[in-house]
Design a protein around this ligand. Structure first.
Ligand code: HEC
Length: 121
């Protein structure tokens, strides 16, 4: 009986864990994952930090596949940015989706600025 209860408890504890969230189950959406892994350096809007030498990641020209490889740094290129080797592709995709959203916001803000500059009163 005792073993049975232990088994039920173990299934309850581990049976519904989600591989995609690996060591941080509290963070699930791209926004949450970005806040957890990236925001400290790149900022909430992906604007980067000039003084700390962190580029605006909203300006990246990399494709989705290149970004996944970049995050995991599978080629072990020495660099200032940490390598997220244990990150699943699914998690990387969520983060990149959020990055695309930030890119969209950044680009529309730039366009607005350009349009406003074009208006002369
Ligand atoms: C410790 C600070 C730090 C963290 C955390 C960090 N980055 Fe970076 N990131 C950098 C630095 C510094 C660079 C510039 C390249 C270098 O020197 O490594 C960079 C470069 C980049 C680039 C530009 C690549 C290119 O050449 O176009 C992208 C995109 C990027 N980071 C995305 C992310 C994402 C997404 C996360 C979170 C999963 C993240 N970074 C977490 C510091 C960081």
């Amino acid at each position: 009986m005792k073993n049975y209860l232990t088994l039920v408890l173990l299934i309850w504890l581990f049976g519904c864990t989600d591989n995609e969230s690996h060591e941080h189950p509290a963070f699930k959406t791209g926004k949450e994952l970005f806040a957890h892994h990236c925001q400290g350096c790149h900022g909430e809007r992906g604007q980067g930090n000039f003084l700390k030498g962190v580029p605006a990641n909203v300006k990246t020209q990399k494709t989705q596949l290149e970004l996944i490889a970049w995050l995991k740094n599978s080629e072990q290129i020495p660099r200032a940015m940490p390598s997220f080797e244990a990150m699943t592709d699914a998690e990387a995709v969520l983060i990149i989706e959020h990055l695309n959203y930030l890119k969209f916001n950044y680009q529309t803000a730039m366009e607005k600025r350009l349009n406003n500059d074009g208006v002369h009163h």
